[in-house]
Design a protein around this ligand. Structure first.
Ligand SMILES: NC(=O)c1ccc[n+]([C@@H]2O[C@H](COP(=O)([O-])OP(=O)(O)OC[C@H]3O[C@@H](n4cnc5c(N)ncnc54)[C@H](O)[C@@H]3O)[C@@H](O)[C@H]2O)c1
Length: 369
């Protein structure tokens, strides 16, 4: 088992990564509890697969639990289920000093974390991420929230978990499409700040995909180390944390254009967005043409979506996609802000990227369809 510390003064916490962590959840969580009772929120798919093991582990440590299973999928991350979750926690008489457990992927982690943030003005919560995406990204760093009709993640709060237990064993039940979606975020870490990690992924990505535990442990740990470091230095995204949004401005526009549907999973959009960000960087003369080619080659070798052309169904034209970016949280004073790169592992925040250059990249990407 590996442990990564997220260093945030009084709100510091640990991320534990390893196989069999759900089975030891009782012992891991017990030190946080003032009374031996927790409320668990999960989704229906994860409940069927992993909730019994969690409840058994808690019981073995003398911890009573009640559980709520919400529907699985991105559509759950909205107002109706936020209300349902929060009111259920109140019905369970969760008090200020209690701990809520979020068992699931990024949807459950974001929604339950936000619910914990607003419940009685803030109760503690533990993340038990069950997707690769949630283990390497969404469970760490305290960003919580929901989607609204106006866009993704526009309503939320910074609320750090008290502990993160990333059991890489549960990834075995994850469909390969979801695994690869999470891998999009893993690749992002190499691309944004660790060229040696990207080299390692080029060699070891296929083993990771095939289920190699050591490769998964290393990839999750390195990703969490990178995220923890950035979050510790810039919790509320005044500067460096924005680098984690590499690929995300394109991704959010594509997700909006596809209605947050099964046509495009979040991590798939991140992977395509990273390839587009490198393409844009190369066209702006910031990096060589070989860099976007290398990014795309690795995504293709992993069997991932690489291009806009890989998204099924119709998409809006380049102008309309660019307009969708205007709604992005990264927009400052109406200026499009992108994360661009001077090479693999060398991302930086670029303010005032020329919209024409963005449109040109999108026009060519759409023409490839
Ligand atoms: N808070 C952050 O910093 C942050 C960062 C990145 C992404 N996100 C958010 O994360 C969300 C996406 O997360 P996700 O990709 O984990 O999606 P998800 O939570 O919808 O999970 C994907 C699917 O996998 C199923 N699943 C989960 N664990 C499983 C397992 N072990 N075995 C089998 N099936 C399992 C789920 O039921 C779901 O159907 C988006 O809403 C995105 O905005 C948040």
């Amino acid at each position: 088992m590996n442990t990564v510390a997220v260093d945030l003064g009084a709100r510091s916490y640990q991320v534990r990564i390893g196989s069999g962590l759900i089975a030891r959840a009782g012992a891991e969580i017990a030190p946080l509890l003032r009374r031996k009772r927790v409320a668990i929120v999960t989704d229906a798919t994860v409940a069927a697969l992993h909730l019994p093991a969690l409840q058994t582990a808690l019981e073995a440590a003398g911890i009573a639990s009640a559980a709520l299973a919400l529907p699985a999928g991105e559509a759950t991350k909205g107002w109706p289920n936020l209300a349902r979750c929060t009111e259920w926690l109140l019905e369970q008489k969760v008090e200020r000093r209690d701990v809520v457990l979020a068992l699931g992927g990024g949807v459950i982690g974001d929604l339950v974390g936000f619910s914990a943030a607003i419940l009685r003005r803030g109760v503690r919560f533990v993340q038990l991420p069950t997707t690769l995406l949630a283990q390497v990204d969404s469970s760490v760093g305290g960003k919580t929230g929901i989607n609204t009709a106006q866009g993704k993640n526009l309503v939320g709060a910074f609320h750090q978990p008290s502990l993160v237990l990333a059991d890489i064993g549960v990834l075995e039940s994850l469909p390969v499409r979801d695994l690869l979606s999470g891998y999009g975020e893993v690749v992002k870490y190499g691309l944004l700040g660790d060229a040696a990690f990207f080299d390692w992924l080029e060699t070891n990505g296929p083993a990771l995909k095939a289920g190699d535990t050591a490769a998964r442990l290393r990839a999750v740990t390195r990703s969490v180390e990178m995220k923890a470091g950035i979050v510790s230095r810039d919790e509320t995204e005044e500067g460096e944390r924005a680098l984690l949004n590499l690929g995300h401005t394109f991704c959010h526009a594509l997700e909006k254009a596809t209605g947050y549907s099964d046509r495009l999973l979040h991590g798939e959009g991140v992977a395509i967005g990273c390839a587009l960000a490198f393409e844009l960087s190369s066209r702006l003369g910031l990096c060589s043409q070989e860099e976007p080619s290398r990014v795309r080659a690795h995504l293709a070798a992993m069997g991932m979506k690489v291009d806009i052309a890989d998204i099924p169904g119709d998409l809006p034209r380049a102008d309309a996609l660019t307009a969708l970016m205007g709604q992005d949280k990264k927009v400052v004073d109406g200026q499009l802000r992108f994360i661009l790169a001077r090479g693999i592992g060398q991302a930086f925040v670029a303010d005032a990227v020329p919209p024409d250059a963005v449109r040109a990249v999108l026009t060519d990407a759409l023409a490839g369809r």
